[in-house]
Design a protein. Structure first.
Length: 282
């Protein structure tokens, strides 16, 4: 299977998500000037409120074979994550450990060409499936890409994973969102088998299969179990969520308000809470 090693973007901040920050449908990635503004806002946020960016490990090996010629830049995703997350976990909590492990896995699977360089997974034991679909081993999962794995159980008319390549799967989404952050909501059991709920979200400012987003907040909620070894490497991951709802919203077949009725009620943003507490203390 072919591997794509170059992508025409002005920086490595949007190697996957190139949707505009504001509604336009252009699919235009951030310019260097826009990215500089993002990085400045991120630093101000961290200094003012004491927030810390997620830790994605194993990015510093100079011998790494990067899919897009260099380390990914997560400044934009981290900014949206810090501003729009609904949970703020203590730094030494199991929730934070799980969140950073999954973010590291996503980074490695999306950006490191050679699966042997993926240190977040057990090279021999790793398996992953979604919604009872095919269980992919480490080599297969790296070949087909995360989207094909996570959408494998969908009917072919929703997502035809058998006929969509790694590159094609990412091309379907990269104009839809400027960023698509992810957070752990709650952890229900500790190692070796970790059970946790999660949230994925982004503002639909771009396009998906010619359907123009209106800037609506698209949220995906789910549950997962992950068996880890004594090195906290992923061994067997099972993910559950409503994949068809997600795709139906992007296609314009379903309104956002008609999804996640049992999940998003009462969700609050700790950024807003922290900002209010900061202002009240002055």
């Amino acid at each position: 299977m072919s591997t794509k090693t170059e992508l025409s973007v002005p920086s490595l901040a949007q190697t996957h998500m190139q949707g505009p920050g504001k509604v336009s449908g252009s699919g235009k990635p951030l310019s260097k000037e826009e990215l500089d503004v993002v990085k400045e806002e991120l630093e101000v946020l961290k200094e003012k409120y004491g927030f810390k960016e997620p830790v994605r490990s194993f990015m510093d090996d100079p011998e790494t074979k990067w899919r897009f010629r260099g380390q990914p830049d997560y400044s934009l995703t981290n900014l949206y994550y810090l501003k729009q997350r609904t949970k703020e976990h203590p730094e030494d909590s199991l929730e934070n450990v799980v969140e950073n492990l999954v973010k590291t896995w996503e980074m490695e699977r999306s950006h490191k060409l050679d699966h042997k360089e993926h240190k977040s997974v057990d090279q021999e034991k790793f398996l992953i499936s979604a919604n009872g679909g095919k269980k992919y081993d480490n080599v297969e999962a790296n070949q087909v890409g995360n989207y094909n794995v996570l959408l494998d159980a969908c009917p072919a008319d929703v997502w035809d994973s058998k006929n969509i390549t790694w590159e094609g799967s990412h091309d379907k989404f990269h104009n839809a969102f400027a960023a698509f952050p992810w957070e752990v909501l709650d952890v229900y059991s500790g190692p070796p088998k970790v059970g946790f709920s999660w949230r994925h979200w982004g503002h639909f400012t771009g396009t998906y299969e010619e359907n123009q987003g209106k800037g609506e907040l698209v949220e995906v909620f789910g549950f997962a179990t992950a068996v880890v070894n004594d090195k906290l490497q992923l061994c067997d991951v099972e993910i559950f969520y409503d994949a068809q709802d997600f795709i139906s919203v992007l296609k314009g077949e379903k309104k956002v308000d008609a999804t996640n009725s049992s999940w998003n009620a009462g969700a609050t943003c700790p950024f807003a809470k922290t900002a209010l507490e900061k202002e009240n203390s002055n």
